[in-house]
Design a protein around this ligand. Sequence first.
Ligand code: ADP
Ligand code: MG
Length: 730
Amino acid sequence: MSLRFDAINHVSHERNNNPAVASQKITAIFGESVFNVKTAREYLSDEAYKSLVNSIKGAKKIERNVAGQIATGIRAWAEAKGVTHFTHWFQPLTGTTAEKHDSFFTLKSDGTAIEEFDGAALIQQEPDASSFPSGGLRATFEARGYTAWDPSSPPFIIEIGNGKTLCVPTIFVSYTGESLDYKAPLMKATEALNKAAVTVCNLFDKNVSKVTPTLGWEQEYFVIDEALVNARPDLLQCGRTVFGAAPAKGQQLEDHYFGSIPERVYAFMRDYENESYKLGIPLRTRHNEVAPAQFECAPIFEEVNIAVDHNILLMDVMSRVAKRHHLVVLLHEKPFAGINGSGKHNNWSLATDTGVNLLAPGKTPKTNLMFLTFFVNTIKAVHDYADILRAGIASASNDFRLGANEAPPAIISVFVGEYLTKVLNDVESRVGTKFDEQDEAILKLDLHRSIPELLMDNTDRNRTSPFAFTGNKFEFRAVGSTANCGHPMTILNTIVADTLNKFAAEVEALTEKGDKKDIAIMQVIQKYIVSSKKILFEGDGYSEEWHKEAEKRGLPNLKTTPIALDAMVTEKAKKLFKENNIYSHSELEARYEIELEKYIKKVQIEARIMGDLATNHIIPSALKYQNELLKNVSLLREAALPEKLYKGQLALLKDVSTHIQQVYDNVDAMVEERKVANNIANSRDKAIAYEAKVKAQYFDKIRYHVDKLEQLVDDELWTLPKYRELLFLR
Ligand code: ADP
Ligand code: MG
């Protein structure tokens, strides 16, 4: 029996075999595996506790001797929970997380066995990191990289089977200080934004001393039976199906979105939610998505650094917990052709230490002016740096989703809704007239009363926008489901920081010339509205007209990763990241190289899988069927039946033979193009060759013929689970 039919049998068995998931009160388990501030109070001396809390606030570094005390406290807590090993947990540029487990166990000089975890082990480790991508950085500077503790993100315990490991969130840097991960730049960008936003806030309110970017992500994913996935080498190895004919029923009935969650998936969800709660991940919503077998979860938003850690951790937890349920989570942006893909909306805002959401319209004219300032600065930032924002979400897998008919296009635009469009137009319409203090435009910025309207405006329309204002936050929707949101968040925080700094400088220049502060602020806001107007779009982002209109406006539409990435290394980008202290030129170039490399490898792997499946699955099945047809036809001939009685078989034979030959020819030609691409030294050229010559030329073509064969060949002979099975069997 082929793996396919074996897998289908398995599904019905697993369906009745759900592992039991305890029903627990969330508050009873929330954060129990996290060394949070409350636990710290219990396990640390006053001195150590104070030092840790100050460092979490970003105020002070932790001294080495205090680190020793903290390490001892953390170990005592962890050991009480049965932990034996620890690891520095970090986010290398491969996109997953990395760990290197060490035990607390050590030997004294006299051979006595003890358990130990000292300050040095907490603060810094040297993983043998030579095989993590570095874009040439470590080679150029120094062979070693090290991980360094990020006290602002609390240590946590990961349970795998019966084993428990203490994970210390860390940044990963080269010996000479270049960052090699997603966390270090995010922390720098967060700090840059804090500084810039506090300066601008202080124009309105002197009490603000800290501004924190907040992030609430919405994670989409597919859940598929494990046995079925195991019978699909493409899902197993690239997380997406490279072949598969559309099922008779796909998502056209739109019955999945409103449907109840299937029992097996429900058990899995409760299980991973419980694990997440223990880890302090504040998951709040779960629901079906539009596509069959597609789901979404979202937490309550958090400070961006923590939110990113939690998302990365969640992706890992989900994948592991799924195994217990004999399910597989697909995080890929487009696992199935012709069916919606998965994104990860990044809801982003700015919170002050005085408890104000800077992107929520205020109650008074003054707070409204503050809102308008941050609102317009964000729009201006997206306008000025749209290309860099686009580069920040570019990946081989997101290329399949962006611009597909259910996902935002690769054109960056901003949706603000009807009411705020009107506000912006009003301010803009007064170009040439000078604002005065009793100005209606300032005093009557009556945004607060219009909030219900704002929210009402949250129609389906804005779902087609890659960057939409949704009442009290912006929602960056073009981020892919596999992404580490640390990367797009680093870019967003940097470009907004940069814009706010310029804003503050312009306001200052005007007030020095004698303008009243509010008037100066209005003048600069007006200028920004005028200069960034072309990024605003309220229409249907999926439509053909928008593509034309965007082109007319001169907005870039970079559809593929190798080209979109160019924006990371322009003079503009280098200046932006250098001036804001996020990336040096060499760090930026290294990252660019890494992204290109990742792209090349991903396409290369998919191309190989295609060839492999065609040769080892598709063609053998098709040949068997072709032989059956041949046998049938020759027997009919022998029986001297008139040909008109087996015209159908003859036509089928011709079709099957044609598609077989086409698969052969195109796979061969693709292999040749791969060889050519592999010989290109320059990585940009190589990535472009992989995109234009290998992927664009052959992927769809090969798939077309394979999918035709799937529809022609005897179902019994077909070895790969079909879409209807993958998507509907649970
Ligand atoms: P939906 O988008 O489904 O209508 P919501 O708008 O309530 O749902 O929230 C979506 C996500 O936005 C959630 O993860 C939520 O935590 C997050 N969110 C809400 N407010 C903020 C904020 N001020 N900053 C960042 N994220 C936020
Ligand atoms: Mg949303």
